[in-house]
Design a protein around this ligand. Structure first.
Ligand SMILES: Nc1ncnc2c1ncn2[C@@H]1O[C@H](COP(=O)(O)OP(=O)(O)OP(=O)(O)O)[C@@H](O)[C@H]1O
Length: 262
């Protein structure tokens, strides 16, 4: 995916202000940044939910905003932030919805649909509660069902908006492990909005740091973040330590920088 001088927002208000980057196929890219920095707006524009105010989003060289919804949904899947659970739907039925873009005019369910749903439920560990209504599942189980739905869509690109929110440490790790496997083992291209900087740095191949609708720093691709970048982006003074196993930096917060949040 190539994002070129993309501008997006709401009404007259510009929220994403001329952002350019390339999403490397088969890798995991994380978007991080303070609340309101434009991460969700950027992701929604990449997924064609919002029209750009300028610039382009190209997928395999074609503009996503010029493509029919169904055709794009076979290439690109989006898991939005806190999606609404359709009433009465079981986990299996929810995951099966991921197959809609692949079904023909008569919407006939095929062996390929079965296989895709089965694989997605297996990989996400959601088979055990396939017959349970999604509304009756725990937050962690529900989140895995949504991810399974996005996986069953079998798109080459999956965009996820804060899939680890509300999950405790163990389940955050579980979701991030799953996303890393999707990229590493299945060759899917994963773009994920995260809030935890250290988690993003540990898991993603590339971390794009947004502030005020612009990319202020990039980690990965031979570049790394410095404590000064974190202070600039988040308004927090940090100490950078080197992770003993990965050799990557880990940022330990020391306090809010003077003037931040005013
Ligand atoms: N539907 C909308 N209509 C108008 N303004 C919006 C809408 N959605 C978001 N905004 C505004 O756009 C700005 C960026 O919001 P966005 O949700 O993209 O940021 P974010 O970085 O994802 O934030 P967070 O980390 O809090 O989820 C915010 O000021 C927000 O109030």
């Amino acid at each position: 995916m190539r994002i070129d001088t993309l501008k997006a927002g709401y009404g007259q208000r510009l929220v994403v202000d001329g952002v350019s980057f390339t999403v490397v196929a088969g890798r995991m890219t994380a978007l991080i940044g303070p609340n309101g920095s434009g991460k969700s707006t950027l992701l929604a524009t990449m997924a064609r939910l919002l029209q750009p105010m300028g610039g382009t989003v190209l997928l395999d060289g074609r503009a996503v905003h010029g493509q029919p919804t169904r055709a794009l949904a076979r290439e690109l899947g989006l898991l939005p932030q806190s999606p609404l659970v359709p009433e009465g739907l079981t986990a299996y039925e929810l995951v099966s919805r991921g197959r809609h873009p692949h079904q023909g005019f008569l919407s006939q369910w095929s062996d390929a649909d079965d296989a895709a749903v089965e694989e997605a439920m297996h990989l996400t560990g959601t088979r055990d509660f396939a017959a349970t209504p999604v509304a009756a599942l725990s937050g962690r189980q529900r989140q895995r069902c949504w991810i399974a739905m996005a996986m069953a869509q079998q798109t080459s690109v999956i965009l996820l908006d804060e899939p680890t929110t509300f999950l405790d440490l163990r389940y955050q790790v579980e979701v991030l492990d799953l996303l890393a496997r999707l990229a590493r083992d299945l060759g899917r291209t994963v773009v994920v909005v995260l809030h935890d900087l250290n988690m993003a740095l540990a898991y993603a191949d590339t971390v794009l740091c947004l502030k005020d609708g612009r990319i202020r720093a990039v980690a990965g691709e031979g570049r790394s973040l410095a404590a000064a970048d974190v202070a600039d982006i988040f308004g927090v003074e940090v100490e950078a330590l080197i992770h003993p196993r990965t050799g990557k930096p880990v940022f330990v917060p020391l306090g809010v920088t003077r003037g931040a949040g005013t």
